[in-house]
Design a protein around this ligand. Structure first.
Ligand SMILES: Cc1cc2nc3c(=O)[nH]c(=O)nc-3n(C[C@H](O)[C@H](O)[C@H](O)COP(=O)(O)OP(=O)(O)OC[C@H]3O[C@@H](n4cnc5c(N)ncnc54)[C@H](O)[C@@H]3O)c2cc1C
Length: 372
């Protein structure tokens, strides 16, 4: 009989897993349970940066593999992600920061991350309008950006087309294990969905679900804030960051600037995915962005929002099978940088669920962190 997999959560990691499952085995029955609507949490709120620069060594292979997939994703998904490879540019604005840059570049290059050190004149050519005190920058030509909601829609449509069943408005309440094997997922509506494999990737809300079978994960939900300005003529092709200052700045296709960098919002009700934007973070975020890219002084704020993201104590995700419960897989704790990893992580989860070669070389750095 064909295998049945229940994927809990309708974020990008889950949609990618569902799509890869159906592609790898047309016989497998795949059901995605999403308590609200697809993209309701971190995936829909994301700044959608697609970068390998600046990642922890344990994540680099995974990110490099994912970045290979992004340029072809629109064709693969028969949809539009808004992906654009404009490069990443991380600038140094003082001598101390600039002196430390060569060491971090050498270390990343050794792992295959194609970084180049550029002087201030080249940095300004890549990002006209950069602050005059720019000492130089690190450029990563394979970094880029996409659009969060467009990407969610493209993955959801592709997963449906491939034959996955997406059930929105269904809150998974508990996992059921018998004799060391996962056998079902029970919804808060009381409906029991038998399965051979359950993939728990419910972002910040994965912890309570896993606790129903006695698995503890040290996840903490943190709300990250994003600002969007009014539109301006095209000026910035790269995704801009800055050493020593929290910034991720990109210009979107319609000319608006998207400003992130890990600025916190406030959680109002975590269980209900409710947050509020903090004025202090708005001011701090705008100040940093304008200090690095002064043309933003002319722009006005159009919108702000936040998304609750699951963080682990070391900011690295937990990915893989849970020992002691056959058929239970986890992918959670992406700590603010899971968007770029979506193609590779979905592929790995599908392979693990189907007992295929799980591409362990890509995530071996995370191997000591399997949940237990
Ligand atoms: C503001 C912000 C900016 C970001 N910027 C970047 C970036 O530039 N680059 C990058 O690489 N990453 C970025 N990230 C991180 C990235 O977006 C996330 O790591 C990624 O989207 C996580 O996807 P997910 O599917 O694991 O989680 P989520 O998208 O949070 O999805 C989890 C889903 O599970 C559902 N759910 C929860 N509990 C249940 C339940 N019991 N039953 C059914 N459904 C349930 C939720 O409603 C939700 O839709 C950012 C995140 C935020 C919040």
């Amino acid at each position: 009989m064909s295998r049945s997999v229940v994927v809990i959560g309708g974020g990008l990691i889950e949609l990618s897993a569902a799509l890869h499952l159906r592609r790898a085995d047309a016989g497998v029955r795949v059901t995605v349970l999403e308590r609200a609507h697809v993209g309701a949490a971190a995936s829909g709120a994301s700044a959608a940066g697609v970068r390998v620069m600046g990642r922890d060594p344990a994540e680099r292979a995974l990110a490099l593999e994912s970045l290979k997939r992004w340029p072809d994703l629109d064709r693969e998904l028969e949809g539009r992600t808004g992906y654009r490879r404009g490069g990443g540019l991380r600038v140094a604005l003082d001598d101390d920061e600039w002196r430390q840059v060569p060491r971090t570049v050498a270390e990343q290059r050794a792992d295959g991350v194609p970084l180049e050190l550029v002087d201030a004149a080249t940095a300004r050519r890549l990002a006209p309008g950069l602050a005059p005190d720019c000492r130089g920058a690190v450029h990563c030509p394979i970094d880029g950006q996409a659009e969060a909601l467009a990407t969610v829609r493209a993955f959801a449509a592709a997963a449906r087309r491939a034959g996955a069943r997406l059930e929105e408005g269904v809150d998974a309440g508990a996992l059921v294990a018998e004799g060391g094997r996962l056998v079902a997922v029970v919804g808060k509506d009381g409906q029991r969905r038998p399965c051979d494999v359950a993939i728990v990737a419910a972002g910040s809300w994965s912890g309570p679900l896993l606790a129903t079978v006695g698995v503890k994960l040290p996840l903490r939900g943190r709300p990250l804030q994003i600002l969007l300005t009014d539109s301006a003529p095209p000026a910035l092709a790269s995704v801009l960051g800055c050493f020593g200052r929290p910034l991720s700045l990109k210009q979107l296709a319609d000319g608006a600037y998207l400003i992130g960098g890990g600025w916190p919002a406030r959680i109002v009700d975590e269980a209900a995915n409710r947050w509020e934007v903090l004025d202090d973070s708005v001011r701090g975020s705008l100040d940093v962005a304008r200090s690095v890219f002064p043309p933003l002084i002319e722009r006005t704020l159009a919108r702000s929002w936040a998304g609750i993201e699951a963080f682990t104590p070391d900011d690295l995700p937990v990915l893989g099978p849970v020992s002691g419960t056959n058929g239970l897989l986890v992918a959670a704790g992406f700590s603010g940088h899971g968007f770029a990893l979506v193609p590779a992580v979905g592929d790995i989860l599908a392979r693990l669920a189907l007992d295929l070669d799980p591409l362990r070389h890509l995530w071996s750095g995370l191997g000591a962190r399997f949940p237990s």
